[in-house]
Ligand binder design. Structure first.
Ligand code: GLN
Ligand code: ZN
Length: 538
């Protein structure tokens, strides 16, 4: 294709930008075409530097050398980057210094962060490079090439000093966390056989067949937004904020009791975001004030920055869940975000394997599950909606990823007794390469999207050997449309073709945070009525 494109007689010069890893064999193929320039990511896979240096056919071209990482938020090791540039310099007609990919994945500038640094993250800001700072690094490196290393000695010196301080920082090496993790990994993170757990949980929970539940959040009301804004602006204190959130929780509990739902939730009113909420409470994370990046469309998020060893100083969710539990006789499900999702929606450190960072986060979540259990919570959901998001682009890299990702989830959920029921929620139904991983999570109950694919996914799950309980979403929350009772009944009957009643749960296909109250109440009413109608036929 690029030969055809570059074969055209009258055309502008063509630059092919490859990124998010090594171009692999495509580099030599591209070099054999008539394109004028090729951009290569030289940081994600360091072997790319040598591959570029030994690829014939680049001699006539411009090489755009991506030596500044465009996806992370850390200052570049300028010395190493200059070394890479030196290695590839002779391989092309000209070398341009650049970032490894476009800068839309990182916030605009660190200079916008002017509020005092929180004590636990003091100094961390100096380690960071957002888009503007990365561009400065590109310019510095280009000057080093053009004018010599001496011309930028001051910039190199400052950068090296900051990086050295970061590397030596005690917060990156917490012996207590590391020792605990090592001994846990050695002890193993399995639970009893799933069938035995299911039996113990059945006895303890006494739920009906086809139990009804929701995924966690309830509609974010105006009152919740006002309370958060009031707290931020200092118009109310923490105690008043807690009181207002408890009022929201009480409303949601009463609503669920009125509707006749079997397993209740507290509704998550206190969570601004399901990752940010935890990052704000864990050591090792830094939040930004203006570090916005695009999530999708016009939605933007401020991913937290995971800079050090992660440690949970105190319980993060127990008081909310136990408050909700005081209001009802029915079980209230504890609600946590899983380690892989916390990683996927944060900027992560680049000085250790992702798997190690994931396990540190998992350890903190595990501590929370143990505290919830000790506080009397019988069901705990650990959400992993981003499990598929981190899946490597190359098929060959996927098994290793899925191995540590599911291992990390099990680390976070295996600290509880057999009769404590672990739920997880995955935000999609097209599993493809991750279908085997669903079994490997070994959650007692897994809720997935299935409404839009008409329950077809259940047969695939069976085929993949999945034998635990499952809650295929019976209506699509991504639309304001209220599903009719007989529609939900039809979905449940379709689900029962693939899954025995003992293993089937009834729930919407995702959290209700973005929905209006009216449509939510109407939908859940039909959901409960459908579950009861089908239950009566079993
Ligand atoms: N528990 C979360 C909620 O209900 C799950 C959100 C998600 O699936 N992304 O909002
Ligand atoms: Zn979801």
């Amino acid at each position: 294709m690029y030969s055809d494109l570059s074969g055209s007689a009258q055309r502008p010069a063509v630059l092919v930008a490859t990124y998010f890893g090594s171009p692999g064999p495509s580099l030599a193929a591209l070099a054999g075409t008539g394109v004028e320039a090729i951009a290569v990511d030289l940081v994600t896979e360091t072997h790319t530097v040598d591959a570029v240096a030994t690829t014939p056919g680049l001699q006539g071209k411009l090489l755009v050398a991506g030596v500044v990482d465009g996806r992370n938020v850390w200052r570049t090791d300028l010395e190493a980057a200059l070394g890479s540039l030196g290695t590839v310099l002779g391989s092309a007609a000209a070398v341009a210094v650049s970032t490894s990919c476009s800068l839309l994945h990182v916030p605009y500038t660190v200079a916008a962060e002017t509020a005092p640094e929180p004590a636990a993250a003091e100094g961390v800001r100096s380690w960071l490079a957002f888009a503007a700072e990365k561009v400065e690094e590109v310019v510095t490196l280009s000057r080093a090439l053009a004018d010599g290393r001496e011309a930028v000695a001051a910039e190199f010196g400052r950068s090296a000093a900051v990086r050295a301080a970061r590397a030596a920082d005690a917060r990156l090496n917490d012996t207590t966390v590391r020792t605990r993790l090592a001994s846990l990994r050695a002890a193993g993170t399995g639970r009893a056989a799933a069938a035995d757990r299911a039996a113990a949980q059945r006895d303890r929970l006494g739920l009906p067949l086809l139990p009804t539940t929701t995924i966690g959040s309830y509609p974010q009301t105006g009152a919740i937004r006002v309370a958060r804004a009031d707290l931020r602006a200092g118009r109310i204190d923490e105690a008043e904020y807690v009181r207002r959130m408890q009022a929201e929780i009480a409303d949601v509990v009463r609503l669920q009791e009125d509707l006749g739902i079997d397993v209740l939730v507290h509704g998550e009113p206190e969570r601004n975001d399901m990752v940010q909420y935890f990052a704000e409470r864990l050591d090792g994370f830094l939040a930004t004030d203006f570090g916005w990046v695009q999530s999708y469309g016009t939605r933007c998020v401020r991913p937290p920055i995971l800079f050090g060893d992660v440690h949970r100083a105190e319980a993060m969710t127990v008081s909310w869940i136990t408050y909700a539990q005081t209001l009802t006789e029915r079980p209230v499900k504890g609600m946590l975000t899983g380690p892989v999702t916390i990683l996927a929606w944060s900027f992560v450190r680049d000085d250790q394997p992702l798997a190690d960072t994931a396990d540190q986060v998992a350890l903190a979540i595990r501590d929370e599950t143990v505290d919830l259990e000790a506080a009397g919570v019988k069901i705990i959901q650990v959400d992993e909606p981003a499990l598929r998001e981190l899946l490597p682009l190359r098929a060959a890299d996927r098994p290793a990823y899925l191995g540590w990702a599911t291992g990390s989830f099990r680390l976070s959920t295996s600290g509880v007794e057999d009769d404590t029921q672990i739920h997880t929620h995955l935000c999609y139904s097209e599993f493809g390469d991750v279908i085997g991983a669903i079994s490997d999570l070994d959650a007692d109950v897994t809720s997935i999207e299935a409404a839009r694919s008409r329950m077809e996914i259940l047969a695939d799950l069976n085929e993949a050997g999945f034998a635990n309980q499952v809650g295929p979403g019976v209506y699509d929350i991504h639309s304001p449309r209220v599903p009719a009772q007989d529609e939900v009944e039809a979905s449940l009957r379709a689900a029962l073709e693939a899954v025995p009643a003992e293993r089937l749960w009834v729930n919407p296909d995702c959290g209700l945070k973005t929905r209006g109250t009216e449509e939510t109440v109407a939908s859940l009413r039909n959901l409960v009525a459908a579950a009861k109608a089908v239950r009566a036929t079993l």
